[in-house]
Design a protein around this ligand. Structure first.
Ligand SMILES: Cc1ncc(COP(=O)(O)O)c(C=O)c1O
Length: 461
């Protein structure tokens, strides 16, 4: 740490935090006696806490966000310059960085053409849901308004986004939910719902979506919202055959395919977008976390020209366009940081690095699985990896959540931040999560998996 805060300052910060901050996703009772973690500084792959302890960050800011790593001066400088020139103007008008980032983004997304700015993944997803609903009104007399979502997927924290949430522990106690959201089965073969494997399994899992559509009535279903690789629901990479069939089903029943790239977006899986690993053609794509690597809050909803065109209408009808507002979608810091973030990914060949380092991480985790029977399954795409912990490989009984969290805590004590699925699925919060920045080196990857090795040995013997 650079030492700009002395011990008195830090003690004051800790007390102010304990007195006034309501942290996300955490029980605060333990802070009555213990201290909350405060991250003071970051550089590259590493962060320092209030005690000056260094950690390698294996989770890109805790929630798969800081894709290009900490301390990027060029992003800070670009944002500073832009803020002085123009910090904000509401989105009914354009901005210079807004237009330029949209152009660059669309270059990476063949088949898509329009960018709608907002400021969180939840918000971007809500906007996509609103588009599906309004298209139902404009084209189908309001009838084709149901939106399908998948068991174990997550699309955000607001009530409508939770209504499309396939994680029952996230949703518990926050109902009643918005009507018109219908769940389809997940596609994780390790927790198989059909006695099939490989491509046959993938097709069957997609067929299950068709069964739901037929049960609901295809004339009532307007959208299907899926994560390309499920993140907090257990790092679920889709089986072979799944996506082709999903695409066919959407085409067959005229259903808009909305892909939630909030985690996969901007390089996490080694391609610009997760869906590009599977050759899918979405109608709508949402993204947030990695768009500007957390240097500014920005989210985007990107659509095809066809979706956009369905809102172009007679200007004398005052209700006929997309009547949505996002105040902070007009902040120029977001697209400015995003332009520089994208330049860094390109100039430093970070997609290539993500593929290589992702393969190394999966290799390392597979080696750990040979030593530690508690690892039941290793999954991942690029630097987006998971290891599911089980009590018994044969029965696949999930490992005790407290012990899974003990692994996370023990790694942190070793100076390595990793994650685990958390308050998502009843009895299935048992997957360790790894999502280091795309700049990770072989030594960084090995440092992370070595710590996991030690923790597993300590906790499970
Ligand atoms: C797949 C996915 N979609 C949406 C969201 C919601 O994003 P935000 O927290 O920016 O609202 C998240 C957040 O973790 C996510 O993982």
């Amino acid at each position: 740490m650079d030492g700009t805060l002395n011990q008195n300052d830090i003690s004051h910060v800790v007390e102010a935090d304990r007195a006034h901050i309501w942290h996300h996703l955490i029980q605060h009772k333990p802070f009555e006696t213990g201290e909350p973690r405060i991250i003071v500084e970051g550089n590259g792959m590493r962060v320092w806490d209030q005690n000056g302890k260094e950690h390698i960050d294996g989770v890109s800011g805790g929630v798969w966000t800081v894709n290009v790593g900490y301390g990027r001066e060029s992003i800070a400088n670009a944002v500073r310059d832009q803020l002085l020139k123009l910090n904000f103007f509401a989105g009914a008008a354009g901005s210079v960085p807004g237009a330029l980032f949209a152009e660059k983004l669309i270059e990476k997304m063949p088949g898509l053409s329009r960018v709608y700015y907002c400021n969180s993944g939840s918000e971007a997803n809500e906007k996509a849901f609103k588009m599906v609903r309004q298209i139902a009104h404009k084209k189908y007399g309001g009838k084709k308004n149901k939106i399908l979502y998948r068991d174990r997927d997550y699309h955000g924290t607001t009530i409508a986004a939770l209504s499309a949430g396939g994680q029952d522990e996230r949703n518990a106690q926050y109902g009643p939910f918005t009507p018109g959201f219908i769940r389809v089965p997940h596609c994780l073969e390790y927790r198989a719902q059909w006695d099939l494997s490989g491509e046959a399994y993938g097709k069957r899992a997609a067929d299950a979506i068709e069964e739901v559509i037929l049960a609901e009535g295809p004339e009532t279903v307007g959208g299907l919202c899926l994560e390309p690789v499920t993140a907090g629901g257990g790092v679920i990479t889709p089986p072979e055959g799944y996506w082709d069939r999903v695409q066919e089903i959407c085409q067959k029943y005229d259903i808009l395919l909305h892909l939630d790239e909030v985690v996969c977006g901007l390089g996490r899986t080694g391609t610009w977008f997760g869906y590009q690993n599977y050759g899918i053609k979405p109608d709508m794509v949402t993204m947030a976390k990695g768009v500007a690597s957390g240097y500014a809050a920005i989210a985007c909803l990107v659509t095809t020209e066809e979706v956009f065109d369905s809102f172009k209408d007679n200007p004398s009808d005052k209700m006929n366009y997309f009547r949505d507002i996002s105040t902070f979608g007009g902040c120029t810091a977001g697209p400015t940081a995003a332009i520089e973030n994208m330049r860094i990914i390109e100039d430093e060949n970070l997609l290539e690095n993500t593929k290589k380092m992702g393969a190394r991480m999966i290799d390392n985790l597979n080696h750990l699985a040979e030593k530690h029977p508690v690892i039941g399954d290793v999954r991942g795409a690029g630097l987006f990896c998971g290891a599911e912990l089980v009590k018994d490989r044969r029965t696949k009984e999930p490992e005790d959540e407290k012990l899974v969290q003990a692994v996370v805590a023990d790694c942190a004590a070793q100076g390595v931040l990793i994650g685990a699925t958390n308050r998502s699925l009843p009895n299935l919060n048992n997957t360790l999560c790894f999502s280091p920045a795309l700049i990770a080196t072989p030594d960084d990857i090995d440092q992370i998996t070595d710590a996991v090795d030690k923790s597993l040995a300590k906790i499970f013997g």
